[in-house]
Every structure is written in C-alpha cells, then in structure tokens.
Design a protein around this ligand. Structure first.
Ligand code: NAP
Length: 315
C-alpha cells in the first residue's frame, strides 16, 4: 500500500521562486513528537536563500516557522493536548503536517492568529535570545542593524521593552516612522551616521555595517553577529581588535539560534506567543497570502522589498 501524502512546499529549481507545492509522505511522529496541523508559515531570508542555491537538491523540504493546532498528542505525553494552538520551530515546516518534539513547540492562546504566531520562531527567538545575552539593557544605547527586517523589528521592540535607548539602522527612509512606532528612539541610514557611542549592537547585516557598528561601540561594548544580509565579508584591522584604535575592551560574539539541537525553546515560544496574542508585541507582517502565492513572497524578499515578515496561510 502507498504511504499517505500531504502537501508541502519543496525546492524546485524549475519553478518561480525555486519552490513548488507538491505531495510528500505524511510525517510519522516518534513517541516524543506531537503532530501539528499547520495553518500558517512564515519565510526567513536564510531558508529562501537556501532554496535558490543551485546546490540545494530539488525536493528538499524547507521551513523553520510554522503555527497550527495539535491533532495528535505525543505518545509519551510530553507535548500539549489535541486541539491546542501552537507555534513551532524546526526543519521542514512548510507542510500541512509537522511532527515536533516538546522543546521546539510553544503553546498559544486559542484565539491567537496563526499567521501572526508564525512570525515568531526564528525572528522572535533570535531577537529575544541575542538581547538576553547582552544582560540588562536598562538605560543603555543599543544599535540594531537591518532593523526593518524580521529579526530587526523584534529586536527593536524587545530592546525598547527592556529599557534600552534603541538606535535603529535602515537604509530606507520610508521605514523610519514604523521603526519609531515599534520603540526606536533614533533611526539612521547606516551605522557610520551614528554619532554617539552605543554599548551593544545586534548586527543583522555584516560586511561594512559590522565594521562601522563595531567602531561605534563604547569601551567594554559588545557586538553580536546575527546575520549577513549584505552578503559581504568583513575586514577588521588587528589594531582595531587590539583596542589600540578606539575604545578598549570591546568584543564581538557569534550567535546561532539553532546551534544546539537540544535547546529548549518552549518557554520562550510560549511567552512570545502570549505577547503577540495580547498585542504587546507586533508581528510586523508586511505581506500575507495563501501559500499558493509563495513565489510572490519569495520575490519580494529577494528584491529587498519585504521590510518585515511574509506569511503564507495554508487555508
Ligand atoms: N544567526 C542566526 O541564528 C540567525 C537567525 C535569524 C536570522 N539570521 C540572519 O540574520 C539576517 C537577518 O535576518 P532577517 O530574517 O531579519 O532578514 P530580513 O527580514 O531579510 O531583513 C534584513 C534587513 O537587512 C537590511 N539589509 C538587507 N540587505 C542589506 C544590505 N546589503 N546592506 C544593508 N542592509 C541590508 C534590510 O533593511 P533596510 O533595507 O531597511 O536597510 C532588511 O530589512 C539574515 O542574514 C539571516 O540569515 C541569523
């Protein structure tokens, strides 16, 4: 007998946006996995660039962010009960069904919008976890580069909530009002335009932005490398790193959300879902449509015209 099938968005280099909707085998949950019926997913730049890379094989299932409803509780009782609304992070989430362990799943209020929830996993968790690594932000100047993007918009909001004076960087003047509404107190076109030092940086852009953002750090300040939206590499002089030029004791930290597969994201996902559901956090959805229109969303992202999250509803 043939395996039962579900629809999924998979890599297809012959299709617009390098993705097509196709049939894949129904996931078979292990004893500690919950089966979720996915209602909405969101795109991240990382997986879209993975899709268009020629070396990514056709048929690869992608998708880190997915929100939906539990249709089968984990056999070992580790996850939430059937009918619970959830938000999940992991691999191969752009599909009608996702099997997920309890550490990669957060619960959400019943009335929460699945599309808004689907923006949380990679963007919200990355912002939350990188800011947490900076320690107390109260009264500190914190720069966020790529502030108009998925990670950036969550970082701006959460840093402002934590009491930081947020310095947002966006090349697009049209994004300034929106970023101020999210809590940014300053908006600049590039890190080099920031005149007063900052004590911490969330860098989503890399390249020259990283160099200039590092130069704007005060003594003892820290820069976290989250992304490289510029796709450019960095040249930092040894004197800069020694502290012979500029303030002393500055540091650069790496950040990789999914570096440790055993990380328990459940509490953070649940907290973020609650904040979204009550409106205390804004999901910053800049494009939303049925998943049959995935190619439009991919194109907007690749063209740099998204400025927020793209959400696909499975319907
Ligand atoms: N390390 C991790 O675990 C982790 C987790 C999540 C994301 N990431 C990475 O972090 C980066 C941001 O992710 P995202 O999902 O927020 O991406 P995104 O939604 O595409 O946003 C990136 C933002 O960066 C700015 N930008 C893009 N190209 C630029 C360029 N050439 N020069 C200067 N600014 C540029 C854009 O803002 P403006 O046009 O307004 O300037 C854009 O809104 C990506 O590289 C992603 O792969 C890493």
């Amino acid at each position: 007998m043939k395996d039962p099938l579900v629809r999924a968005l998979v890599v297809d280099h012959t299709a617009p946006g390098h993705l097509s909707l196709t049939d894949v085998p129904v996931p078979r949950p292990t004893a500690h996995e919950t089966l979720v019926r996915v209602e909405a997913v969101s795109l991240n730049s990382g997986e879209v660039y993975q899709a268009i890379r020629p070396e990514t094989p056709n048929g690869t299932q992608l998708g880190w962010d997915a929100a939906g409803v539990v249709i089968q509780q984990a056999a070992d009782g580790s996850g939430p009960a059937e009918g619970t609304r959830v938000v999940t992070v992991g691999q191969a989430g752009w599909a009608e069904l996702r099997a997920t362990p309890a550490n990669l799943l957060g619960t959400a209020p019943e009335n929460a919008d699945p599309g808004a929830l689907s923006t949380i996993p990679v963007a919200g968790l990355s912002a939350l976890r990188v800011l947490r690594r900076m320690g107390s932000l109260l009264g500190r100047r914190v720069m966020v580069t790529g502030a108009s993007g998925g990670v950036g918009r969550y970082a701006v909001q959460l840093a402002a909530r934590a009491g930081a004076h947020v310095v947002a960087i966006s090349r697009s003047p049209a994004q300034a009002d929106g970023l101020r509404n999210l809590g940014a107190q300053e908006v600049h076109s590039e890190p080099a335009a920031v005149r007063q030092p900052v004590s911490a940086v969330v860098d989503n852009v890399g390249g020259q932005y990283l160099v200039d953002a590092f130069a704007s750090l005060s003594a003892g300040g820290t820069l976290f490398c989250v992304g490289r939206s510029s796709e450019a590499d960095v040249m930092l002089s040894t004197d800069t790193l020694l502290g012979a030029e500029g303030p002393y004791g500055r540091s650069i930290h790496s950040f990789f959300l999914t570096g440790d597969p055993t990380t328990d994201f459940s509490a953070d996902l649940t907290w973020l879902a609650g904040e979204i559901a009550t409106g205390r956090l804004h999901p910053s959805i800049s494009w939303r449509g049925p998943w049959t229109r995935h190619a439009e969303a991919v194109q907007l992202l690749l063209d740099g015209r998204l400025h927020g999250k793209a959400v696909l509803d499975l319907g």
